[in-house]
Ligand binder design. Sequence first.
Ligand SMILES: Cc1cc2nc3c(=O)[nH]c(=O)nc-3n(C[C@H](O)[C@H](O)[C@H](O)COP(=O)(O)O)c2cc1C
Length: 211
Amino acid sequence: MNNDAKTMVSSEGLERLIASRRTVKPADFDGRKPDRELLRHCLEVARMAPNHHRTEPTYFYLLGRRQIKEVAQVNAERVAGENPTEYTLKRAMRKEKEWSESPGLLVITCHTNLGSELVRSKPAVVDEDYATSCCITQNLLLLLHNHGIATKWSTAPVWEDKRFEEIVGLRHGEPDERVVALVFLGYVENNPNVRPFRPIGEILIDGADCE
Ligand SMILES: Cc1cc2nc3c(=O)[nH]c(=O)nc-3n(C[C@H](O)[C@H](O)[C@H](O)COP(=O)(O)O)c2cc1C
């Protein structure tokens, strides 16, 4: 089917962009640093996602080298655990190297004022704000992928450590500001682009018979 005359960008291109984006481990990045201005530009566009009540809840913290290393250290301590074993220590060291050498790290948060009149009258806003932040994150991953920048969306709970808030400089902090994603960014030689998915018939419940 070729209906490109009726689409804003080519269907083929857009579909390929969505379908070929794959998570890449920071350990596989080749060290080249994404341009900060390009990242800024992608953030400008990515944030234009659906947003109930237009609360604009999403914040971006584009970390500098020192901050990346400090977050990596705190995470390594978390991975090692309170009573480190040989296994957890090895894993912690591997993670610290992987994280601290990542060419880029962006922290995406969602801020909803839990004491606000809006939340009191519409508690669903908390989930809706989080949903908006997830839409923005996916927009961003796609925009970056289009520029050849690979990413990993991580929810490793490093932010449970109080030091995370200070290192990153979270504007609002808990309980109102929630970390949605740590996005590791970099370039990679070969981006794996295959991942099996369930057949669409298993997840699409089509009411065509009810027309
Ligand atoms: C909300 C969310 C949290 C994630 N957290 C992690 C994580 O903590 N560690 C990790 O290795 N991958 C994480 N991922 C990446 C997924 O593992 C990855 O998307 C999944 O394996 C599918 O691969 P794909 O992105 O290449 O399609 C996360 C993805 C999402 C959407």
